[in-house]
Ligand binder design. Structure first.
Ligand code: 3H9
Length: 683
């Protein structure tokens, strides 16, 4: 065995040079890997005893892409195109041996090999679009020459990978094997023995091109691609592959790649990639400390939230006992879970057997004393959002839960320390704030109480990862990270409609910014009467008056908007009159409010609140706040989250505009401005 460099080995076995890359964690194409590959190819092609080359990776995966952490830094090491040319133009056949995920630059390296073999669990994709990019190493020109224009178009614009079976039928791999190394070497020997041709993908034609296919695809995905620059650039590259000679297509790819790479959207999306992984890390916690077991879970409450929470654990194969106070509520909750699974199965996204297996993991119990939860490792309370009720539940749980069990509340804004104080073991208590629908939304705020034990927190974070959530640690404060900042936005949105804007103006501005909907559409969707009661309503707020007038939001087709049977909306004249009357009673001289003011007044106070959250150490880092807003509230990922976005706008501008509108800028904002720094250091 010859060591080429720290991450590359070369052995020659039976006339086949086996080049092994070993650069944990994911064999990304760092300068070392590129250098190693270049040197290994030179050594293999220069060695007369070598008849063919196998390129394989050690560790958990084949090359998972370019090394994203190198982007934006000065270039060093061998260039990727040179390495690819050395492989593609080699007179000796090169076989890629693929396991794990061949993604991005990894697949682009595989595509310059003459043959590809893979294990059955391997995945293949060009996910650059998720980083606001396009495959910049020939992927957009070579992939359609192998799998056809239509499949390549879907793969590059969605970034979704395909499995080995599909890769085999579409010609992306030549064989699916079991013992990768052994069978890849045997494959290479066969290529040599049978004198099979050196198949260069670049020499093939693009199949599957139909007239108008690009315009049709563009039109069909308007909603999905709204606001993003990268999907259209990816589409243009596949169009170029379908219509231009290879080298001209490569030139189009390069030009569009460079444009995206230097733009703010890709910078934001690359930042989010690392921010998401960073969010799972807890400052000051020993990563090697043992975790508590979570092999069974209890859920208190089978309402919408409780049912959705239970599904997360069932999906991960963890048995759940779900308790309710009445048979009727329990049956309704279980039926909803079952219906959700049945719907998923009907769409072909899970099998009927999967549904049966998941339902078999669920034990529904009518249990006032909660004693059926005595064996659970983790218990999540999801009862009505009321402190007295929550404290009663926690006092009961304290009596029945086994020692060491984690006891969590799904509260969305209540004081987790006050809830923990209802038990004799506040160290075992924390908040797990799931977002609705809890089985769909990726975000989980993990609320660390004053007395929560580090091991309990670490176990909750690990469990969150296991059930597929993006977890962010929050401190105990009103609304935690997400709802606290949302409240700042809601206050301003309401003020704006009193001062002169209409709900549809505010919603339009925020939709155009990139949110899936504006605040008033969101209120209508959630229901205007949440937390409202006819008995206590005093008509003091616009919301009170809307509810008193029978407007409830989407659920009765009347809210800030009127809705028809297809949920098409039109601004409600009743709501508008209520707003105008309300303003008139307060002597407000309504004025024309422009879009810039709407945007600034909705978003800058959120940034200000985010700064206070950081000052108070309620979030560990600015990027955690961004992860909350992207995954829980529809903040457009291409704008990087509120704190990244604030940096891109400029904190001096934001501070000045906050003062202009009468807000007191957070001390942290003023400090950062005086130090010429940003929140994230990423812009
Ligand atoms: C590209 O290829 C451009 C090209 O077209 C050509 C340009 C000329 N770079 O996700 P995990 C780190 S663009 C650097 O937790 P998993 C990650 O930060 C790239 N680092 O593991 C983490 O570090 P830490 C196209 C990377 O098992 C650790 O690896 N490729 C990269 O859940 C583990 O990651 C992609 O977009 C990278 N490319 O998932 C693929 N990838 O431990 C991006 C990972 O310090 N990667 N890291 O937090 C993934 O999708 C997943 O990481 C993968 C593994 C599926 C591979």
């Amino acid at each position: 065995m010859a060591m080429i460099n720290a991450v590359t080995d070369l052995t020659v076995e039976g006339g086949i040079a086996v080049v092994t890359l070993d650069s944990p964690p994911v064999n990304a194409l760092s300068a070392d890997v590129r250098d190693g590959l270049a040197a290994a190819m030179a050594a293999a092609t220069g060695d007369p005893s070598v008849k063919a080359v196998v390129l394989i990776c050690a560790g958990r995966t084949f090359i998972a892409g370019a090394d994203i952490s190198e982007f934006g830094k000065p270039a060093r090491g061998a260039s990727l195109p040179d390495v690819q040319a050395a492989i593609e133009n080699s007179r000796k056949p090169v076989v890629a041996a693929i396991h794990g995920t061949a993604l991005g630059g990894g697949l682009e390296v595989a595509l310059v090999c003459h043959y590809r073999v893979a294990v059955g669990a391997a995945k293949f994709g060009l996910p650059e679009v998720k980083l606001g990019l396009l495959p910049g190493a020939g992927g957009t020109q070579r992939l359609p020459r192998v799998v056809g224009a239509a499949k390549a178009l879907t793969m590059v614009t969605t970034g979704m990978p395909i499995g080995a079976k599909e890769a085999l039928t579409s010609g992306l791999v030549d064989a699916v094997v079991t013992d990768l190394r052994v069978e890849a070497i045997a494959f290479a020997q066969r290529v040599v023995a049978d004198d099979l041709p050196l198949k260069r993908v670049r020499d093939r034609d693009v199949a599957d091109v139909t007239p108008g296919m690009f315009d049709t695809y563009r039109a069909a995905n308007v909603k999905l691609f709204r606001g993003f620059e990268a999907p259209e650039a990816n589409l243009k590259c596949i169009e170029a592959a379908a219509t231009l000679p290879f080298d001209d297509g490569m030139a189009v790819e390069r030009r569009l790649f460079v444009g995206l790479m230097s733009g703010l959207q890709s910078k934001a999306q690359r930042y989010v990639f690392f921010a998401e992984r960073m969010a799972n890390k807890i400052d000051g916690l020993d990563v090697n400390a043992p975790l508590l077991p979570v092999t069974s879970v209890g859920v208190v409450g089978a309402g919408t939230m409780g049912g959705g929470i239970a599904m997360n654990f069932l999906n991960a194969g963890i048995p759940v006992t779900i308790v309710e106070m009445s048979r009727e509520a329990l049956d309704r909750g279980v039926a909803t879970i079952r219906r959700n699974y049945d719907n998923t199965a009907a769409k072909g996204r899970m099998t009927v057997d999967d549904v049966t297996a998941r339902m078999a993991l669920l034990t529904p119990v009518v249990d006032l004393d909660l004693e059926s939860l005595s064996a659970a490792d983790m218990i999540v309370e999801a009862v009505f959002e009321n402190m007295d009720i929550k404290r009663q539940v926690f006092a009961k749980l304290d009596r029945v839960a086994k020692p060491g069990a984690i006891i969590a509340s799904n509260t969305s804004y209540l004081d987790v320390d006050a809830i923990a104080a209802a038990t004799s073991r506040p160290e075992s208590v924390l908040g797990l704030h799931f977002f609705s629908p809890a089985n769909v939304m990726r975000l989980l705020e993990v609320v660390r109480g004053a007395k929560t034990a580090p091991q309990v927190l670490a176990t909750a974070m690990a469990t969150a990862k296991k059930i597929g959530k993006v977890a962010v640690v929050a401190g105990v404060c009103d609304g935690f990270i997400g709802n606290r900042m949302l409240a700042a936005r809601q206050r301003e949105a309401m003020a704006l409609i009193v001062e002169g804007a209409l709900p549809a103006d505010v919603d339009r501005v925020l939709f155009d910014f990139g949110f899936p909907m504006g605040p008033f559409q969101m209120s209508d969707l959630a229901g205007l009467d949440i937390g409202w009661s006819a008995d206590t309503s005093k008509g003091e707020t616009i919301r009170d008056r809307l509810c008193e007038a029978g407007l409830r939001g989407q659920k009765n087709g009347r809210g800030f908007y009127d809705y028809d049977a297809q949920r098409n909306r039109a601004p409600s004249p009743i709501a508008e009159k209520i707003i105008l009357d309300y303003a008139a009673e307060r002597g407000v001289n309504r004025r024309q409010i422009d879009d810039a003011e709407i945007l600034e007044r909705c978003l800058y106070p959120m940034v200000n609140e985010g700064a206070k959250i950081l000052e108070e150490k309620m979030a560990q880092r600015a990027s955690d706040i961004d992860i909350v807003w992207i995954n829980g509230y529809g903040w457009p990922v291409y704008r990087g989250g509120p704190m990244f976005w604030a940096d891109s706008v400029g904190l001096a501008t934001i501070t000045a505009r906050l003062s202009h509108y009468g807000f007191e800028p957070a001390a942290m904002l003023s400090r950062l401005v005086s130090e010429s720094k940003g929140f994230t250091g990423a812009v």
